[in-house]
Design a protein around this ligand. Structure first.
Ligand code: NDP
Length: 323
């Protein structure tokens, strides 16, 4: 029978570390999970080069290869991985209710019914949108200092942004790099006072206020940047090999607006020490509900939690029906 008339035990939306870890656990618990990969199978990690900080890879690994490993592990236990994008949802508010998720593979849309839904749609780093920035992503332009900072040891880099993420990334990079220059577009930082204090106390970190990135210079790899003072319009070039964009993330939650509880920036809200959303049988794991840590390993951890939460929920619904 097709999904349209049989409710799945577990539907997973999104294929980053959270989704695949949820799939491994759900498959091993005989929940026969079906995963829809989303637009970018493998998620954000497929846009980085090397991953050096995921436990279990003593020599590091390639982000895309790691996601392939996770996929193979999930399918080994029977996860049905399908290419498709969830476009809208009709979630039941009843305990034991059946959720409807509409998915599209680009050609046609179908309705998928599921008893539990694990949302692991992730978040996308925001970029400035400059042509040169987009062209050099993976060639010196990055949106993740903890992922890629190591490769710029002893070199000069810039960080764009003035929020907590930018401040945190800049101070992290300052420990590895020769010099870090932070470009802040206003005459003040948005980051918390504590983070600003840390930035100001870091010797090899210079903050340029009222300054924006005009262009990333270089053919195949970053060789420098042209920056502009937005008060005087004065432009100048800096020789750097790394450009870290830290202007915020956007959680991929548009389709859940008005349905699931989210904070003012769109991150799904889950219960303390759980992955439960405000709808029974619907769980959220990974960056879609985490603006604090945003690491592959923390995403994987919450993916595991979501599968365990889903399994317990299904068991409690079955107990209710039997009683
Ligand atoms: P924020 O939205 O807080 O900050 C984004 C920064 O990028 C701002 O300085 C903003 O400038 C700047 N920016 C945005 N668009 C552009 C652009 N086009 N060109 C240049 N600069 C731009 O995002 P964060 O990721 O820093 O933080 C998100 C949330 O996560 C916050 O609530 C933060 O407090 C929290 N967080 C907490 C941490 C912690 O507690 N350890 C660590 C990291 C994040 P402007 O101010 O001019 O708008």
């Amino acid at each position: 029978m097709s999904d349209t008339n049989t409710a799945l035990d577990c539907l997973i939306i999104g294929s980053g570390p959270a989704g695949y870890t949820a799939a491994i656990y759900a498959a091993r618990a005989d929940m026969n999970p079906v995963m829809y990969t989303g637009m970018e199978p493998g998620g954000q990690l497929t846009t980085t080069t090397e991953v050096d900080n995921f436990p279990g890879y003593p020599n590091g690994t390639d982000g895309t290869a790691m996601m392939e490993d996770l996929k193979n592990q999930a399918t080994r236990f029977g996860t049905d991985v399908r290419f498709g994008i969830a476009t809208k949802v009709d979630l039941s508010k009843e305990i034991g209710g059946i959720h409807k998720v509409y998915v599209s593979d680009g050609a046609e849309e179908q309705e998928v019914l599921a008893k539990t839904v694990i949302i692991s749609t992730g978040a996308s780093a925001k970029y400035l949108g400059l042509e040169s920035e987009q062209r050099l992503i993976g060639g010196g332009v990055s949106a993740c200092a903890t992922c890629d900072g190591f490769f710029y040891k002893g070199q000069d880099v810039i960080v764009v942004g003035g929020g907590d993420t930018a401040a945190e990334e800049a101070t992290y990079l300052a420990k590895l790099c020769r010099k870090v220059t932070m470009l802040v577009r206003k005459d003040e930082m948005r980051a918390s006072k504590a983070m600003q204090h840390r930035v100001n106390g870091t010797k090899n970190l210079e903050v340029l206020y009222n300054t924006e990135l005009d262009e990333v210079l270089g053919g195949m790899v970053v060789e420098g940047v042209r920056i502009v003072n937005n008060q005087t319009q004065e432009k100048r070039e800096l020789e750097v090999t790394g450009v870290f964009i830290a202007i915020g993330h956007k959680p991929n939650t548009d389709m859940f607006k008005g349905v699931l509880d989210m904070d003012e920036t769109g991150y799904l809200i889950t219960g303390a020490k759980s992955t439960k959303t405000n709808i029974p049988g619907v769980f959220a794991a990974g960056d879609v509900q985490d603006k604090e840590y945003r690491q592959a390993i923390t995403a994987a951890g919450t993916g595991c939690m979501a599968a365990l939460d889903a399994e317990r929920y299904l068991a409690s619904v079955e107990d209710m029906i039997e009683a």
